[in-house]
Design a protein around this ligand. Structure first.
Ligand code: SF4
Length: 362
């Protein structure tokens, strides 16, 4: 038993201190004003990979537009993606949208409240299932996210690197032992808040920490050594060329990415990776020809933008192009459209495209 060893600190001592601390210091967040499983589910999906302050305005807009799981299920993917535009990790919202449709079609519109049924919905992993079922319904599931792992690693001097592929399973064990099963939702939020507000990555504020007397890292002056992390390899960087292709009537060509995969369902300006032996202009013409079947000529270079994804970075050369000849025959994209510059705002675009779109003056 992790909690009962050494000098007598028990799980119940830690739980009690967390409970008291949370009552006075918890973060006032919009999704904490409700016990509605759908609203909490939306917030937890948004919070995966994204900072709280970034999520708040997205959450408020999303819940205003889609206040129920049925309203989300009935919306088009494009409308849903547009509201999500800029949050990144678009697989999250495609899955949430699909899951809402399954709740409508298979559960009569009521979010299933048992672990097995909820966990089977698209995009619902162990973290989301534990967070929603504990916070909304007070079911006894422990959550393990980055904040929780950091607190536990310091509290118990756990050596498993927090970014190890087995870290979730390994940290789940002490998280379960520590869980306040009668107050699971509050307990989980308390330990996440402690990690976010006090036990911060670089400079934990141990002076105000409610569990300081139980913390092995604090008591052995090893805070700087925990949590352990595996070193990441530097992300590869790819050169990319895209073209804003103008037709004679002033409309520009945009294409839609296939529904699955990176940035699935979003619209973009056509283009792709630059080959090792070709110029950016040649790559732009070739990629547009391969993806859409039309021939274009490069008129001028608009700009260059850099963008980082989770596992790689891109350096994107953007060209203004003119349509020359040919019929659209898609090879890769799922759809295309010739739009005016004013109409671009209606479509969801990836962040890398948004970085240069303000340069396209109507
Ligand atoms: S005492 Fe410091 S290191 Fe230990 S849990 Fe609290 S804030 Fe984190």
């Amino acid at each position: 038993m992790i909690c009962a060893e050494d000098h007598g600190p028990t799980c119940s001592d830690i739980r009690e201190r967390l409970r008291e601390w949370y009552a006075h210091h918890h973060r006032k967040l919009p999704w904490r004003k409700t016990h509605d499983p759908y609203s909490i589910w939306v917030s937890e999906v948004m919070l995966q990979q994204t900072q709280v302050n970034t999520v708040i305005p997205y959450y408020l807009r999303f819940i205003e537009r889609f206040p129920t799981v049925l309203s989300l299920a009935g919306a088009s993917l494009q409308e849903v993606l547009k509201l999500w535009e800029g949050l990144g990790y678009y697989g999250r919202i495609r899955n949430l949208h699909k899951a809402a449709q399954q709740v409508r079609d298979n559960f009569g519109g009521a979010i299933p409240q048992d672990w097995d049924s909820f966990r089977k919905l698209p995009g619902v992993g162990d973290y989301i299932a534990a967070a929603v079922l504990s916070i909304a319904l007070n079911q006894p599931y422990a959550v393990v996210d980055g904040n929780v792992k950091r607190v536990l690693s310091r509290l118990y001097l756990m050596d498993t690197p927090v970014n190890h592929f087995r870290a979730h399973a390994i940290y789940l064990e002490p998280a379960r032992m520590l869980l306040d099963t009668g107050n699971s939702g509050l307990h989980n939020q308390a330990i996440m808040d402690l990690g976010a507000m006090v036990c911060k990555p670089a400079a934990p504020n141990c002076d105000v920490c409610p569990v300081r007397m139980f913390c092995k890292a604090f008591n052995s002056r090893l805070i700087a050594d925990y949590p352990r992390r595996l070193k990441k390899l530097p992300a590869p960087q790819y050169p990319v060329a895209v073209g804003v292709v103008y037709r004679e009537d002033g409309r520009v060509l945009i294409t839609r990415r296939k529904a699955d995969g990176l940035l699935g369902g979003l619209w973009e300006f056509p283009g792709g990776k630059i080959g090792k032996t070709e110029s950016a202009e040649d790559a732009c013409i070739r990629e547009i020809r391969e993806e859409t079947g039309i021939l274009v000529r490069v008129q001028s270079r608009l700009t260059q933008v850099k963008h980082a994804y989770t596992h790689f970075k891109i350096v994107m050369d953007v060209f203004i192009c003119r349509y020359v000849e040919g019929w659209i025959q898609l090879n890769g994209p799922s759809d295309y459209c010739w739009v005016t510059l004013d109409e671009l705002e209606r479509y969801p675009f990836p962040g890398a495209n948004r970085k240069f779109m303000s340069l396209l003056k109507p």
